[in-house]
Design a protein around this ligand. Structure first.
Ligand SMILES: Nc1ncnc2c1ncn2[C@@H]1O[C@H](C[S@+](CC[C@H]([NH3+])C(=O)[O-])CC(=O)[O-])[C@@H](O)[C@H]1O
Ligand SMILES: O=C(O)C(=O)Cc1ccccc1
Length: 241
């Protein structure tokens, strides 16, 4: 049973957004009603993981929340001896993720770990998924996180990166923001909910432009970078080593 997200329904002194127990309880509903194309993105990331998973390698789901991408990758793996490592720095998320994954059977081993991506050791990776996670990592640390991923990806390995993006200029950015807010309205969020959530995330979730993403990925050394999904200011990319 999914519980409806009503976290910002009543007028409140808005605090910085955090992935606490209250968010965990409503997260499937929140993300589904807030991110255009979320279900398509998750299922396609699983398909891509199936294409790029190499035998005897690790697949990472960084910022796994309740494990949606882990489950989708696991459903699509056809190669031998793959191990999925799902990581999140929210204890509430990790605990619920473990319970959630127990509800599904598979031969592919999964380790769910509480930890900060900044400190995580990445080893022998063929696929690294970051589905709307990099945007929560402070700007100053993004280059180092992505360089660490690149360094520990096998040749031919991929980074699957989804992000909320900022448009290249203010006029276009406002256009994308308006379209996204319309999407949220259409999904039942009130003006108060939209505005209070916007305030809650503005100090903790900082989007980059698509050109900033591509420049950084190319500077790090990724040989191919490609957008495969965009709706409004939500975008999914693949970067190949
Ligand atoms: N430094 C960090 N280290 C580890 N985890 C982090 C860090 N910073 C944030 N997180 C975690 O990244 C996740 C981002 S949500 C991902 C959705 C999921 N991928 C999904 O496909 O359902 C995106 C969203 O809600 O917009 C949260 O669970 C944070 O605790
Ligand atoms: O809700 C929003 O406005 C978003 O940008 C997406 C989102 C989804 C879940 C947690 C934080 C942000």
């Amino acid at each position: 049973m999914t519980i409806k997200d009503s976290i910002y329904a009543s007028e409140q002194q808005v605090k910085d957004f955090s992935f606490d127990q209250n968010v965990v309880e409503v997260f499937p509903d929140m993300i589904q009603r807030s991110v255009p194309g979320y279900a398509t993105i998750v299922s396609t990331m699983g398909k891509l993981a199936g294409e790029y998973a190499q035998s005897n390698s690790n697949l990472y789901d960084l910022g796994c929340s309740l494990g949606a991408v882990t489950l989708s990758m696991r459903r699509n793996i056809r190669t031998d001896n793959c191990h999925i490592i799902a990581v999140d720095n929210s204890q509430a998320m990790v605990e619920r993720c473990k319970v959630h994954l127990q509800g599904f059977k598979s031969d592919v081993p999964v380790t769910v770990t509480l930890g900060d991506i900044n400190e995580l050791e990445i080893q022998n990776a063929s696929v690294v998924a970051m589905n709307f996670t990099l945007q929560f990592i402070p700007h100053a640390q993004r280059q180092a996180v992505l360089a660490k991923i690149y360094a520990n990806l096998k040749p031919g390995g991929v980074l699957l990166l989804s992000e909320k993006i900022k448009a290249e200029n203010e006029q276009c950015d406002n256009l994308l923001i308006d379209l996204h807010h319309d999407f949220k309205r259409h999904n039942g969020y009130s003006e108060l909910e939209i505005s209070q959530k916007r305030t809650a995330i503005e100090n903790v979730m900082r989007p980059d432009t698509l050109s900033a993403h591509f420049t950084r990925l190319q500077d790090i050394g990724f040989s191919q970078t490609q957008v495969w999904y965009q709706c409004f200011n939500f975008c999914s990319m693949v970067a190949i080593k």
